[in-house]
Write a protein that binds this ligand. Structure first.
Ligand code: 9PG
Length: 513
């Protein structure tokens, strides 16, 4: 269909665009990395702390510049430059199975330059001028999905333990919520156990002492209520005190010194990553996925997957980062089987197409709108906060042709939440516009009539909406959709309250055409 060129190494274009009136749409590397829409002359934030760079971004191609230079915007897989009339330029990589496309746009005096670096073997790239950036992005997204054999199963409705029980979840919390949800006839498909059941990262088959049971006993209890069982794993990670790490230090991704490389800090200390080019690691991953599906789980949330694509020394040095990542992912898919639903999280986005059923397309929702200290002072908007989740998931609206998007949970409860009614309405509006998975972590017993009604509404699966413009926004994200307008700023704008969502006044049928 579209004109493309095979490009390897580096390429650049100089465009006759006025930087002052151009906006740029960027896409971060993995689930939690920012996607946003900004004036080109603004400054792209680069987190100040190294662990935030590793945890939320691609350390080999960080956003912005080290000296916070304005007018430099970096993006993964695709980039778009938008004129005030909605026309502009789109760059797009049509295959990320082995290569990564790193895009950088720069505002110059009276023009804009775009630089592309292809990491890995040469690949098919589109770079085009278009009268309609939105439509072109959607067409190219569908093309990438087709070429990489995207899986887009039905969207599921999931109850997940994370956003209320966090690591303190017990087997009883799971079965009790399933019992209450069933009693209220809440339309969930899956009950998913999140982080907290396991003894350590890597020791997935050993129960945590406080879990009050073993994860293998949950599926039978859930099936009594008619719910499928889901479970969280961070299959590419190993805790420093785990049996996995003690027995197989040679399976880890290594640094220049030949020693296992600490790749992040989240569970009260550092953690390590598996080398997914190592044949024994691939066998272990296959067995792990086979084991948990053997326990009766038909839905796996596979998290912190960026660990498989980090720079480092691997057993097979001929593999690119994208290939190494996909080898690990393919081993999990093989072990889990074709019929198991795989939701990926903290995962490189485009290089997961064809293996992922669903993908987290933003940072974690949290029962608080903004985490200003981390976002503003540490320049990191990948941390848990409702604002961050809405901002990034909306700016990835076109990714529904890559997998089922998962913009994360609704929070309908009023207990243990600082979200206002306006902010809850915005979360529900975002889920409706994105049209992917639906999820909730609300303890069912905390929901009153209004909470239950809001939860039911937010579990209604919808089709993805489209932006009406990329030339305007209320906040630095894609905010104007046919079904309504989001205001992600901290003050009322155009009749939309701060942090709010205003549904379009057109008849729904008309609006959706
Ligand atoms: C379990 C959680 C949940 C959640 C995942 C992931 O930037 N951060 O500090 C950060 C912390 C946790 C995190 C994401 C980012 O959460 O997205 O749904 O499964 O792990 O530990």
């Amino acid at each position: 269909m579209t004109e493309h060129t095979h490009i390897s190494g580096d390429q650049h274009w100089t465009l006759p665009l006025d930087p002052a009136s151009t906006r740029v749409l960027v896409n971060g590397f993995q689930s939690w990395s920012e996607a946003e829409l900004h004036p080109l002359t603004a400054t792209q934030a680069r987190p100040t702390l190294v662990w935030m760079q590793e945890h939320g971004h691609d350390p080999a191609f960080l956003p912005g510049t080290a000296d916070a230079r304005p007018g430099v915007w970096r993006s993964h897989t695709l980039i778009a430059l938008v004129r005030p009339d909605g026309s502009g330029h789109v760059g797009y990589s049509l295959d990320e199975t082995r290569s990564y496309a790193h895009w950088e746009a720069r505002a110059e005096a009276g023009s804009v330059t775009v630089h592309l670096h292809v990491e890995g073997p040469g690949t098919d790239i589109v770079f085009m001028d278009t009268p309609d950036v939105t439509a072109t992005l959607e067409t190219l997204s569908a093309e990438l999905g087709r070429r990489m054999h995207a899986r887009t199963p039905e969207a599921l409705r999931v109850w997940c333990s994370w956003y209320s029980y966090y690591r303190d979840v017990t087997l009883h919390d799971m079965t009790e919520n399933a019992r209450l949800a069933h009693a209220q006839a809440l339309p969930f498909d899956v009950f998913q156990l999140d982080d907290g059941f396991q003894a350590d990262l890597g020791d997935w088959e050993i129960a945590a002492p406080d879990f009050g049971g073993h994860a293998r006993d949950l599926p039978a209890a859930l099936s009594g209520y008619g719910y499928r069982a889901g479970i969280w794993l961070a299959p590419f990670l190993a805790g420093p005190g785990s049996e996995l790490f003690r027995q197989h230090p040679d399976w880890m991704l290594k640094g220049n010194d030949g020693q296992p490389l600490p790749i992040g800090n989240n569970w009260g200390g550092p953690y390590y990553g598996l080398d997914t080019t190592h044949p024994e690691v691939l066998g272990w991953l296959r067995d792990l996925a086979r084991t948990v599906t053997g326990w009766g789980y038909t839905y796996l949330k596979l998290d912190f997957l960026f660990a498989g694509a980090l720079p480092g020394h691997r057993h097979d040095p001929t593999r690119t980062r994208a290939e190494a990542y996909r080898m690990g992912l393919s081993a999990l898919r093989e072990g889990a089987g074709e019929d198991t639903f795989l939701l990926l999280c903290g995962a490189p986005l485009a290089s997961s197409i064809g293996i992922a059923d669903a993908m987290r397309t933003g940072p974690d929702v949290a029962p608080i709108w903004d985490d200003e200290s981390r976002r503003v002072y540490l320049r990191d908007a990948t941390g848990p906060a409702a604002r961050n989740a809405v901002h990034t998931a909306l700016s990835r609206w076109y990714q529904h042709t890559w997998y089922q998007p998962d913009p994360d949970v609704m929070i309908a409860r009023t207990e243990q939440s600082m979200l206002t009614a306006t902010e809850r309405h915005t979360l529900a509006g975002m889920l409706d516009v994105i049209g992917g998975l639906r999820a909730s972590s609300d303890p069912i017993e905390t929901l009153n009539e209004r909470g239950l009604a809001l939860l039911r509404r937010s579990l209604q699966v919808s089709t993805p909406d489209r932006p009406v413009t990329l030339a305007q926004s209320l906040g630095d994200a894609v905010t104007h959709f046919t079904r309504g307008t989001f205001n992600l700023t901290n003050s009322p704008q155009d009749g939309v309250p701060a942090h709010g969502y205003r549904e379009a006044t057109l008849a729904p049928r008309e609006a959706r055409q």
